[in-house]
Design a protein around this ligand. Structure first.
Ligand SMILES: [Zn+2]
Length: 249
């Protein structure tokens, strides 16, 4: 099962969905709302959107003054955290500069690993960043809500922790702003709730949040059975196989 992975090489979130000028995007609006976060990447330069899933460009919109945006969606259905059924995940990226915006074609596929779109400052952003929203369901339009905020209105807007798993071998976390991200990489010595779920699924002799010797042995058996590299560590490949086989992750 393909998992939705955080699509930037660095995670340095500078504004959550529930603070600053993002709060009026959804509070108290139930219908005309979105839940944006600001991703500023490594430093003050212009880092790339670096997808780890394939995306299709659905729409280009905006102006220099309001900010250039693109709407994209995953080509395949992907598994997102905390939800059982895979979904088409729909993203919006805002504050692109005109140079990158002009290069993008509607209908174009941004393949996994493509680096084409950089963070920018269009729409009077104070510094280079992406204003991102993640969503599922039907798109109802770009609409202004009663708080005077323009929102990408879908059936459901997701916070980043609801939309993405994080592959820490691909994304270096500088600041996750207290979002709880589910990772896909685990190894001996780590502690997390997901390890307890993995232990439960593998029915290890001693179960809990700690990745100890029992988890290592159980993972090795699982990897051997499923023709994966037998390492005792969990990487993306093993994580996705665990999901395929029914682990709750
Ligand atoms: Zn923003």
């Amino acid at each position: 099962m393909e998992v939705a992975l955080y699509p930037f090489e660095y995670m340095r979130i500078i504004q959550r969905h529930d603070e600053g000028n993002h709060l009026p995007h959804w509070n108290p609006f139930k219908i005309c709302s979105d839940k944006p976060w600001d991703e500023a990447l490594e430093d003050g330069g212009r880092g790339y959107f670096a997808p780890l899933n394939d995306y299709r460009v659905v729409e280009k919109l905006g102006t220099e003054k309001t900010g250039f945006s693109i709407r994209i969606e995953t080509v395949n259905k992907v598994k997102i955290p905390f939800q059982k059924q895979p979904v088409i995940l729909e993203l919006t990226l805002t504050h692109l500069n005109k140079d990158d915006f002009d290069k993008i074609q509607v209908g174009e596929i941004l393949k996994k690993g493509t680096k084409k779109i950089r963070e920018g400052t269009s729409g009077q952003a104070s510094g280079n960043h992406f204003h991102v929203t993640a969503n599922i369901g039907f798109y109802h339009g770009f609409k202004k809500n009663g708080n005077n905020k323009w929102c990408f209105v879908y059936d459901k807007s997701l916070t980043p922790e609801e939309a993405f798993y994080v592959d820490t071998s691909k994304t270096y976390i500088i600041n996750r702003k207290k979002y709880y991200f589910v990772g896909v990489n685990y190894n001996k010595g780590m502690t997390s709730n997901e390890i307890a779920n993995i232990d439960d699924y593998l029915a290890t002799k001693i179960r809990g949040t700690y990745f100890g010797d029992y988890t290592v042995s159980a993972i090795k058996v699982f990897q051997e059975k499923n023709n994966l590299n037998v390492t005792g560590d969990i990487n993306l490949e093993t994580f996705e196989k665990l999901l395929d086989k029914g682990a709750k992750l």
